[in-house]
Design a protein around this ligand. Sequence first.
Ligand SMILES: [Zn+2]
Length: 259
Amino acid sequence: MKVAEQIIKRYENADVYNQKGSMRIEFDEHRDIATIYVGSLPIAMIRDIEIQNGTYMSMMLITAQDFKEPRLWKSYKQKLAKAANDAGILVLFTRAIDFGFGEPQVGMMQYDVDPIYDKLIEIAKCSNDDVKTAAAVFNDKGELIVMSYNQFLERDVWSSPIHAEKAIELFLDSDWNTSTGPYIDWQMILEPCYECLKGMIDRGARRIIFAARHKDKWNTVDYMNLRNDILVGDIRDKNEYHIRFYKWYNEKVNKFMEV
Ligand SMILES: [Zn+2]
């Protein structure tokens, strides 16, 4: 897989590489997956995903888990994510990656809103888009499935940034996703747009939390109508649950948005 090699090359030019550590890639030709290691630790995987009939895109899954020396890891991950975006690869962060040694260790992250915002701010910093935001999705057992951020891919097919929530939806719908829904909890930094909000509801959202208002231009008629329908309870999930959709106060997010 040439694309993974391209990423490593870009990454090797980054300062952090020269400071410490060594990265290497292993290809599994049978599964057509590239695994990226730092030392002996696998930290990311890349493979091509069919997103529509005959349309493929490359996705990278990076472990969100912190190992030793958290500062260094944050820097590693941010640089890896940026290099992937430059190479036209969509990036997602996950607690659990199946590295081919049987069942993945399922990352249990008890759902707690503020600590998740710490993580989302960290991930939003990877963004190469003007609008820096990130989103996370959890299943009905409170397990974190995946997180992502606004990212611009240098590819002809994507002329505008892929929203964090849209990136998550692409992953959930792909055959790389081995978790089962419903995907009930969604948490994001920035209030979603109409398309993303609709996408979350289609995938079983029961609770959607954001921490900062989006710009007025996103308050389209479609958006306002959908939001209103949610708030008055006209839109429910398939089990007739009310969908809760609200703004959460988080001081760190407020500070992050000021920058
Ligand atoms: Zn959106």
